[in-house]
Design a protein around this ligand. Structure first.
Ligand SMILES: Nc1ncnc2c1ncn2[C@@H]1O[C@H](COP(=O)(O)OP(=O)(O)OP(=O)(O)O)[C@@H](O)[C@H]1O
Length: 553
């Protein structure tokens, strides 16, 4: 009996479907689109897609006895169609009898195993390809056509239609074209899904690493309960949730960086990056590129485009440590970014916008620097909206016991030694010292002391005489060796020196050099030139030895 649509082609909307395929990048959507569009043709009873995937339910699979290879099979992933006589009976489910096909078994398995199309024009009772003859008969299905989904030689699966009527050469060609496009689109969707999952993996790794760094960082918490420190934490709490710029003031080693990290941690930007720049460590000619980035070829050595620190900190916080070191010419550009949130990479005209909160720190008196013309007053006012002054350790000696316990415990753990007991005598010694290098110095002295102390007797290796300057003697806690001459050519120690003694000599030498050069580090007549090292090395040595670069000289 001929149906009314006998003359209609099986594939009615091929060109439209190809266009739609090109725009869809999500695997599920793509599969649904394919079968539903094909099933829109009145002559298509059922359109289905199976994809090759690892065997997943071999235990329950009714085709298991026929399955030659139980590591891989065809999974039904999309289905669309409807009954001829019962329009509400839709065949969109991907469960049921044919949800898995072994490779090489029956029509669909044969197509996937051979990578060849298969058309069966006269499905009827007795046809060996038919698994459910009653269904075929009841629904008036007479044709089957299937095409392998092949992309770059890889057989990904099978696209098949059951038709009411014969499929024919032309429609098989259309199905071939659709299958080719579908395979390419599926490969793209698979690549997108892989990228997405790698991205998610990277994001979670990144999140994990950030947490890990935070956990491991020495910058955990501000330790101390003195009234002076409590004032600092109160100010942190006040300003952290706002967007105000913060200027942290205080001597070297007082914990300004730690305060900056706490501010970021307690701010609404805590999940965004905290990018740190040590302004004293950037060579003059690289400031602009370091801050604002550059494009390839902007200067010799600019081999590729590079983001500056401002862009890296976008959405988060930029911590400008030792801000007093920024050269005057760059201060104007910095001010513009602070005011307008706009910048240009070196060598590029395009203006970029950034949203960055600035936390700056300095151990200089910036107002004095501004009065002396070394710091732009407008930048100073912009930065100092909310200053936080971190007191020196000598003004909060109440915190010494807690800090000392903390550092000793940490160092002992790192050295794999038991934590020594801090005697009252040791505490008294420490409280009498004036701590010019503040908490950093405390940390170093305790580390050194632990290393050189006998396991059962902790002695603190303090420079003797808290008021002494360049001529101080050696430790109060260990036997001291006589000092070599501090001037007149290379030192020739008569005895082996401890690390503490060496650091003491280094500190004295550096202080003497700073004095001779009147505190000037870089350029002609500066300490770096005198000592024959780079200015950045001088700054980092000053920092590690706890020497204030200017005030003392
Ligand atoms: N309250 C504190 N509790 C625990 N550790 C602290 C505290 N304050 C400072 N430290 C530690 O002391 C060291 C020096 O602190 P930090 O680098 O923050 O000082 P700074 O003022 O930024 O120094 P500089 O001006 O030289 O850069 C760090 O190892 C820091 O972890």
């Amino acid at each position: 009996m001929a149906d009314a649509w006998d003359n209609e082609p099986v594939v009615t909307n091929g060109p439209q479907l190809l266009l739609e395929l090109a725009h869809e990048h999500q695997m599920d959507h793509l599969l649904t689109l394919l079968v539903h569009r094909l099933a829109e043709s009145p002559r298509v009873a059922l359109a289905r897609i199976w994809l090759k995937r690892p065997g997943d339910r071999c235990g329950q699979c009714r085709m298991r006895p026929e399955c030659p290879n139980q590591t891989e099979c065809l999974h039904l992933v999309a289905s669309a169609g409807q009954s001829r006589d019962l329009p509400d009976d839709r065949w969109n489910s991907i469960d049921g009898d044919f949800q898995r096909f072994p490779l090489g078994v029956r029509k669909v398995g044969w197509i996937a195993a051979n990578g060849q199309p298969l058309e069966i024009p006269n499905l009827g009772i007795g046809n060996p390809w038919i698994a459910q003859p009653q269904w075929i008969q009841r629904e008036g299905i007479t044709g089957f056509g299937g095409q392998p989904l092949v992309h770059r030689g890889e057989i990904m699966g099978v696209l098949a239609v059951f038709a009411r009527g014969t499929i024919g050469e032309l429609c098989m060609q259309w199905l071939r074209t659709i299958a080719n496009h579908a395979a390419a689109a599926l490969a793209t969707a698979r690549a997108f899904a892989e990228i997405e999952s790698l991205k998610r993996q990277l994001e979670s790794e990144n999140e994990y690493l950030r947490e890990e760094v935070e956990r491991r960082s020495a910058f955990g918490e501000l330790i101390g309960q003195s009234a002076a420190l409590q004032q600092v934490t109160q100010r942190i709490d006040l300003v952290a949730p706002t967007t105000a710029n913060v200027l942290i003031l205080g001597e070297s080693g007082t914990g300004k960086e730690l305060v900056a990290r706490e501010l970021h941690r307690r701010s609404l930007r805590a999940k965004q990056p905290l990018i740190q720049v040590n302004c004293a460590a950037i060579p003059r000619e690289l400031y602009e590129s370091e801050f604002f980035g550059h494009v390839r070829g902007a200067f010799t050595g600019a081999l590729r485009d590079r983001m500056g620190r401002f862009e890296l900190a976008n959405g988060g916080t930029l911590f400008l440590d030792e801000i007093g070191e920024i050269p005057l010419e760059l201060q104007a550009k910095l001010l513009r970014v602070l005011q307008e949130g706009k910048l240009e990479r070196v060598g590029e005209e395009r203006t970029r916008s950034v949203d960055v909160r600035i936390i700056a720190a300095t151990n200089r008196d910036l107002r004095q620097e501004a009065d002396a013309g070394r710091f732009r007053p407008d930048l100073y006012y912009r930065l100092s909206v909310f200053p936080i002054e971190v007191p020196p350790l000598r003004d909060r000696l109440d915190d010494l016991p807690l800090l000392a316990e903390h550092f000793l415990e940490r160092t002992a753990r790192q050295l794999g030694r038991p934590k020594p007991r801090l005697t009252r005598a040791v505490m008294q010694q420490m409280q009498q010292y004036h701590w010019p290098g503040n908490i950093r110095e405390l940390q170093h002295i305790l580390e050194r002391s632990l290393i050189i102390s006998a396991p059962d007797r902790f002695r603190v290796d303090l420079p003797s005489g808290s008021t002494s300057a360049a001529g101080s003697n050696l430790s109060a806690g260990v036997e001291s060796a006589p000092l070599p001459a501090a001037s007149g050519g290379p030192a020739t120690p008569r005895e082996i020196l401890t690390d503490a003694q060496l650091r003491q000599i280094e500190a004295e030498n550096l202080r003497a050099a700073m004095k001779v050069c009147r505190g000037k580090v870089s350029g002609r007549g500066g300490v770096a030139e005198l000592l024959g090292v780079k200015p950045t090395t001088v700054f980092s040595r000053l920092k590690s030895l706890g020497i204030e670069p200017r005030v003392d000289f």
